[in-house]
Design a protein around this ligand. Structure first.
Ligand code: UGA
Length: 434
């Protein structure tokens, strides 16, 4: 099938590569000429585990192409996937739909033959209706259906999640469109659960899922607060809860709060959208407020270990919003770092993949180290903010030798407390004494 993908970000690009690997002819279109040029030159514009190899394979096989021209991408396409950003509006926090509506308007002119327009971007309920209306207004003769095809890829695991999804949700009110999508996703037949639902339900499933996961993280972080006060151990508590299959053992890792380009945006958008329908989503609103406060609290925790001394050297490990990605958008690590910079002039940072993105956000207000040890040299405190696997294997005796004071604050509970303390460190983590 011929597939056009509008938007080459963390959703569009891995999806394009995956669909090309299944033998489809995929054209990715993006307005940013620099991105398209880089992709044409064989340079990936995002970091995703396992993406590079597959990307080169499908490009070499002639199955994946890039263009800035909407007409080139959309003409003759069987399916157009919309994977453009829906960032939060800076004031209202609602999903900003200008890019997706502009894309709909532009692509409408080039539709020829029956085309399914599938929205992969996370969009408020009813957006499908509006896209349909825009296309109708722009090109009254077009033969098309607009469906919702929510994306559940996690950053850092996008390739894995593309090929092994928990479910494929197809939100289509037309049988013709459903059949086209079932054909496109045939390689998954028998391997995953297909859910065929109405368009509005599908749009809701995406928000309801992300908000639920955010609330699960809120819950475990509050339980960690409780464990700190009561003397229980959050790791033991989470394990005990997770063994109940009704609760499940995933998303029970306490940390500095959730971040990324999805949970903060989608919880806010869901709460705002509900208000418009006259519904008050108390749980989600509480989660949003708690998560914002938590990052400030975590920064205070770090600063209290150095008694608020502005001369103390703080070494920060981890800047991305989670391990396995270079993405710093809405990263709790960046928010905490901003708080730390307010109080200390001597902060060194290191992240295996996110240094460039962090630099774009905070510039030269910190020292950028080549590795964890360079960051830790002469430091009065070492803070772990992102769960990169390499931080689990830090050489503790070496750290002890190069640091000014042996203090570690581990906001991702990555290290073995016993070993850290055995090596002479003062150790502070989340939800447990050690
Ligand atoms: C999330 C969802 O997990 C995907 O299913 C969805 O497709 C995606 O949003 C999206 O809407 O596009 P992602 O933003 O990549 O994926 O990140 P997650 O792995 O869900 O992590 C989000 C945040 O929660 C991170 O800051 C992470 O560190 C934090 N987290 C996660 C915890 O603090 N504890 C946990 O146990 C799990």
């Amino acid at each position: 099938m011929k597939i056009a993908i509008v938007g080459t970000g963390y959703v569009g690009l891995p999806t394009g590569v995956g669909l090309a690997e299944f033998g489809n002819d995929v054209v990715c279109v993006d307005k940013i000429a620099g991105k398209i040029e880089a992709l044409k030159q064989g340079q990936l514009t995002i970091y995703e585990d396992g993406l590079e190899e597959l990307f080169h394979k499908v490009v070499k096989a002639g199955k994946l192409h890039f263009t800035t021209s909407m007409s080139e991408a959309v003409s003759g396409a069987d399916v157009v996937l919309l994977a453009v950003g829906t960032p939060p509006h800076p004031v209202t926090k609602e999903a900003d739909l200008q890019y997706i509506y502009a894309a709909a308007q532009e692509l409408a002119q080039y539709l020829d033959g029956y085309t399914v327009i599938a929205t992969k971007s996370t969009v408020p309920v009813g957006t499908g209706d509006e896209i349909e209306a825009i296309i109708k207004r722009t090109n009254p003769k077009a033969d098309y259906d607009v469906i919702s095809l929510p994306e559940f890829l996690r950053e850092g695991f996008a390739v894995h999640d593309f090929f092994a999804p928990d479910r494929i949700v197809i939100g289509a009110d037309s049988e013709k469109a459903r059949n086209v999508m079932l054909k496109l996703y045939k390689p998954f037949e028998g391997k995953t659960q297909f859910l065929l639902v109405g368009r509005k339900s599908s749009e809701t499933i995406k928000y309801a899922s992300n908000a639920f996961l955010a609330m699960k993280i809120h819950y475990i972080n509050e339980m960690a607060d409780f464990c700190e006060a009561s003397g229980a151990n959050i790791s033991e508590v989470a394990r005990g809860m997770g063994l109940d299959s009704r609760i499940g053992n995933k998303f029970l890792n306490p940390g500095p709060g959730y971040g990324g380009s999805c949970f903060p945006k989608d919880t806010n958008a869901m709460a705002q959208m509900a208000k418009k329908f006259g519904v008050h989503l108390h749980l989600i609103e509480t989660t949003i407020a708690y998560n914002d406060e938590r990052k400030v609290e975590m920064a205070k925790r770090v600063l209290s270990v150095v008694n608020g001394n502005p001369e103390a050297k703080i070494a920060v490990l981890g800047l991305a919003f989670k391990g396995g990605t270079d993405d710093c958008r809405e990263s709790p690590a960046m928010d905490i770092l901003r708080e730390l910079i307010k109080c200390s002039h001597n902060v060194s940072v290191y992240d295996p993949k996110a240094m460039d993105n962090a630099h774009r956000l905070i510039g030269d207000s910190v020292n950028y180290a080549a590795d964890a040890y360079e960051a830790a040299k002469n430091a009065d405190i070492l803070v772990i903010l992102t769960e990169w696997e390499e931080f689990r294997h830090l050489d503790l005796p070496k750290l002890k030798e190069i640091m000014n004071k042996p203090k570690i604050v581990d906001l991702r509970n990555m290290l073995g407390a016993e070993e850290v303390c055995k090596n002479g460190f003062e150790y502070c983590c989340i939800g447990r004494k050690h």
